[in-house]
Design a protein around this ligand. Structure first.
Ligand SMILES: [Zn+2]
Ligand SMILES: [Zn+2]
Length: 336
């Protein structure tokens, strides 16, 4: 079978691999769509910490069941997406249901070879039925679930004033699920095109193009209260540190971004607000199910999100191009 491998930073190739066999308790899935995201671009450019090369990429995965364990609710031909976080089930976090931050977590396409290939065998508990959805939609569940998880962590509800900082795919996902909870949502970014997308396709309440006078504009727009919930999805240490000042008194700051840096804040300002500070990592099965429900109800502008398509054969040429900001990619999908 074909597999899309990052051989070393800067070099992708389509290689041949044996078709895997499903072990006990595993499902064999024929992969049909692979979403490409910031993590993949970082792997390609050599910016992903702790990654060993070569690595078959792919963690945003959708396909069809080929073979499921006997007694499984999954049947051959079912459209599924894959929860790419292989959690141990025995560590303290897993025992508390926090499988997204398992102590021994292995993410497909990062810590071990991923699903950018024709077939993959994964534990049944990592396979999620996406019945009623298209393959494109099923391949977008994972990144949306990351946004949905951050919003769930925040506790945002219909009376919350939420600011999402950074309108890349993860920020867009957070904005969608903050709207689903009925919150009043503002999005901040430097890119006017991304902000227009959030306004026109997601229906967020306000967009703010970040400029040197942003503090004054947010102050004026909120009567000096700022935001009950601030969700950072910038991937920028500078922006993450700046975001503390957007949190209102009694508010919550959720860091979806992960960066290779120390993040610092001014303690008197932090304490004055009694800020709640939360990290948000990956997603759980519950978040996948939330995304699937909202998608099935038509609450996600999936056609607009799926901005670019290409075949696995063309992916070594396309991925470097998709990674350029001027390509205007929201979500690129590789077809197998
Ligand atoms: Zn991703
Ligand atoms: Zn665990």
């Amino acid at each position: 079978m074909k597999a899309l491998r990052c051989d070393e930073p800067g070099r992708l190739s389509v290689i041949q691999r044996d078709v895997p066999r499903a072990g006990p308790g595993e499902v064999l899935v024929r992969i049909r769509r692979i979403g490409i995201c910031g993590t993949d671009y970082h792997i390609f450019h050599g910016n992903q910490p702790y990654l060993e090369y070569p690595r078959v990429i792919g963690h945003e995965l959708a396909g069809e069941v080929v073979e499921a364990p006997s007694g499984s609710a999954l049947k051959s031909g079912d459209i599924v997406c894959i929860e790419p976080y292989l959690w141990c089930g025995t560590c303290r976090a897993c025992r508390q249901g926090k499988t997204n931050c398992c102590r021994h977590l292995q993410v497909l396409g990062v810590h071990r070879d991923g699903g950018a290939c024709e077939y993959i065998a994964v534990p049944e508990r990592n396979v999620v039925s996406a019945s009623g959805l298209s393959l494109d939609e099923a391949a977008m569940v994972e990144f949306l679930a990351i946004g949905a998880h951050g919003v769930r962590r925040s506790g945002a509800n219909a009376s919350s004033r939420v600011a999402v900082v950074g309108a890349g795919p993860i920020g867009i996902a957070a904005a969608i699920f903050a709207k689903v909870r009925g919150a009043h949502v503002s999005v901040l970014d430097m890119n006017a095109g991304r902000l227009a997308f959030c306004r026109d396709k997601i229906g967020v309440d306000h967009v703010f193009e970040v400029s040197p006078d942003i503090d004054d504009r947010l102050n004026a727009a909120t009567d000096g209260d700022f935001f009950d919930v601030v969700i950072d999805a910038t991937g920028s240490p500078k922006a993450m540190m700046k975001g503390f000042s957007y949190v209102g008194h009694g508010g919550t700051y959720v860091l979806l971004s992960i960066v290779r840096a120390d993040i610092t804040f001014n303690d008197p300002e932090f304490h004055k607000r009694e800020t709640s500070l939360l990290g948000s990592r990956n997603a759980t099965r519950q978040d996948f199910e939330t995304v699937l429900d909202v998608m099935r109800g038509g609450g996600v502008p999936t056609a607009a999100l799926a901005s670019h398509h290409g075949s696995i054969d063309d992916a070594p040429d396309l991925i470097p191009r998709w990674s350029a900001p001027e390509a205007g990619v929201i979500k690129a999908l590789v077809e197998v």
